[in-house]
Write a protein of this length. Structure first.
Lengths: 393, 165
């Protein structure tokens, strides 16, 4: 008697399990039938430890940080309309929206977007998910020259010219905030970085232009060229009386003209991978800006890096990758300065990095690297050891 | 007590089994439905390769796979399939000759900003001349590259098992 009872219970629970399985499978099937309609969830994270090596007489503490944790939420309303959003926690306590835009596919190879979008400049501002690059930290060219993650509000068109293996992006966005209630925002050390408006009650006078083309027609190669052109924004243009010449002159000296050009190349073949990037930013009106704000902004900022890597597990029977890499990087926010200030040699910074990326799944990696950090103002070289966890799903 | 269980559970059990079978059949039969654009592009491709006097007939294993015939003689096969990219799915077609050698792989619809590089014709040509494992990586498109390689491999095996045996 007792056994029969147990048997029935088992049968019942098994049926319930199968039923549940069937139900969840129905959802999958439904999704397939509805042709990709629905929610997409993902995210990425970078968790790291920076350990500056102590000098003979100075000690430095190490830093351990959940540097960034980003959740991706996307929704396909139908074949043509989709919404993309990324919400970021930086250093655990700061919350940002990294992307939030609606995309409408006009035709097969072309769509328009509106909202908060990534500025297409260089490699890492677009591809900033940690497992996609070597090194625990992002390259500093992509921090001080290209202020990654650089995102602003605007309208864009993107697409593919398939016959030519070209991908393009063109957008009109609000410019950097260069002058607000706290005075001048740009600086010689950090360049334009502090001026990012990030979609948080952004303001503008007229839109700036950002564009990028990339060519992927040669197997193994991915070549890109990016352009950004426009003016920074200033609060002094708000409620400006255009008949008041003195006020107009003052307001004009609180903004700068920006032209940034980027060239980049990525290469992969078998175990070998390499990438290189060059960025130059030409800034105009910096004399007036510096005189007015007391800042020390340079008129030309440049940066580049060259990186080579080799996957030691290439011919082994595994999908994992153990990449040993070396990178040489230089960035200078005072490459040229206009009258009134002297070039600060400490802003001409060089970083050499060697390290390992151990990809234990296509979207997960352990990273370790060792950096030699120097600048032109001193012969001293600082060394730093970094360890990191990188995920993307 | 036992009687009660028996009475209530027995029909329930049958019902769950039926529901279960229904769902299973749903999954098994749920091959994906290619978008119209994919079908149009595939037909254009077939016409470019063989002219427009060929007869197309769906294969039994999958109605997205079809044989290409002229006067009853098989010239080749075309198979539309889908594979995942990072957060979405893309559609592609493989054209085979009658001995199941790949003549062409084409990405018909790609929906994401990541990994679009796999649409490159020169890159896709490798599937006609190299072993799948030797197909080169693309910087910035690793996920879609691996996904397509896996899908082509699976489709090759499926076709071989069903056509050549």
């Amino acid at each position: 008697m007792k056994t029969m009872k147990t048997m029935k219970r088992t049968i019942l629970s098994v049926s319930v399990i199968f039923l549940a399985l069937g139900l969840s499978a129905q959802n999958t099937a439904d999704r397939i039938i509805a042709n990709n309609k629905g929610l997409h969830i993902g995210g990425y994270g970078q968790i790291d430890m920076n350990l500056p090596l102590s000098d003979e007489n100075v000690h430095y503490n190490g830093k351990l940080d959940v540097h960034r944790l980003v959740t991706f939420l996307g929704y396909n309303f139908n074949e043509k309309v989709s919404f993309v959003s990324e919400i970021e926690y930086e250093h655990v306590v700061e919350v940002y929206v990294e992307q939030a835009f609606l995309s409408y596919r006009l035709k097969d190879n072309m769509s328009v977007q509106a909202g908060l979008m990534l500025i297409p400049m260089g490699i890492q501002n677009l591809y900033h998910e940690p497992p996609t690059f070597n090194g625990v930290e992002r390259t500093n060219v992509d921090k001080y020259i290209v202020p990654t993650t650089w995102r602003e509000m605007g309208l864009g068109v993107s697409g593919n010219a398939e016959g030519y293996s070209l991908n393009y992006q063109i957008m009109l966005v609000n410019g950097f905030n260069g002058y607000d209630t706290d005075g001048g925002v740009f600086s010689g050390k950090k360049g334009l970085r502090s001026g990012r408006q990030k979609g948080a009650e952004s303001y503008m006078t007229k839109p700036d232009l950002a564009a990028r083309v990339s060519y992927y027609g040669m197997p193994g190669w991915n070549l890109g060229a990016s352009l950004y052109k426009g003016e920074s924004e200033t609060l002094l243009y708000n409620e400006l009386n255009l008949d008041d010449e003195a006020a107009v002159t003052t307001a004009d000296s609180s903004k700068i003209d920006i032209q940034m050009i980027g060239l980049d190349a990525r290469y992969a073949d078998g175990p070998i991978q390499a990438r290189a990037q060059y960025i130059v930013a030409n800034l105009e009106n910096t004399t007036a800006y510096n005189n007015f704000t007391g800042s020390d902004l340079g008129s030309v900022m440049t940066g580049y890096y060259l990186e080579g890597g080799y996957n030691l597990l290439n011919n082994k029977d595994t999908d994992n990758e153990l990449i040993v890499f070396a990178r040489h990087e230089n960035y200078n926010t005072h490459d040229e300065v206009e009258e009134g200030i002297d070039a600060n040699l400490a802003y001409n910074r060089t970083e050499n990095t060697i390290g390992l990326t151990y990809k234990i799944a296509s979207g997960a990696a352990f990273k370790a690297d060792y950096q030699f950090l120097s600048n032109e103002a001193t012969d001293e070289e600082k060394k730093q050891f970094n360890l990191g966890v990188a995920v993307w799903f | 007590m036992l009687k009660f269980f028996f009475k209530t559970i027995a029909p329930l059990k049958k019902m769950s089994a039926m529901v279960f079978c229904f769902f299973i059949s749903l999954i098994v039969s749920a091959q994906f439905i290619p978008s119209n654009r994919s079908i149009e592009k595939t037909n254009t491709l077939i016409n470019q390769l063989y002219g427009d006097d060929v007869e197309l007939a769906s294969l039994q294993i999958n109605s997205n796979y079809q044989s290409i015939k002229r006067n009853g003689e098989i010239l080749g096969y075309s198979c539309i399939e889908e594979a995942p990219s990072k957060h979405d799915k893309f559609e592609f077609v493989i054209l085979y000759d009658k001995s199941l050698n790949i003549i062409q792989v084409k990405v018909l619809i790609y929906r994401e900003d990541y990994g679009f590089e796999i649409k490159s014709k020169r890159w896709l040509k490798q599937f006609t001349s190299r072993k799948i494992s030797k197909v080169q990586a693309i910087s910035g498109a690793t996920i879609s590259v691996n996904s397509l390689k896996y899908a082509v491999d699976r489709l090759n095996k499926k076709m071989r098992d069903n056509i050549l045996k």
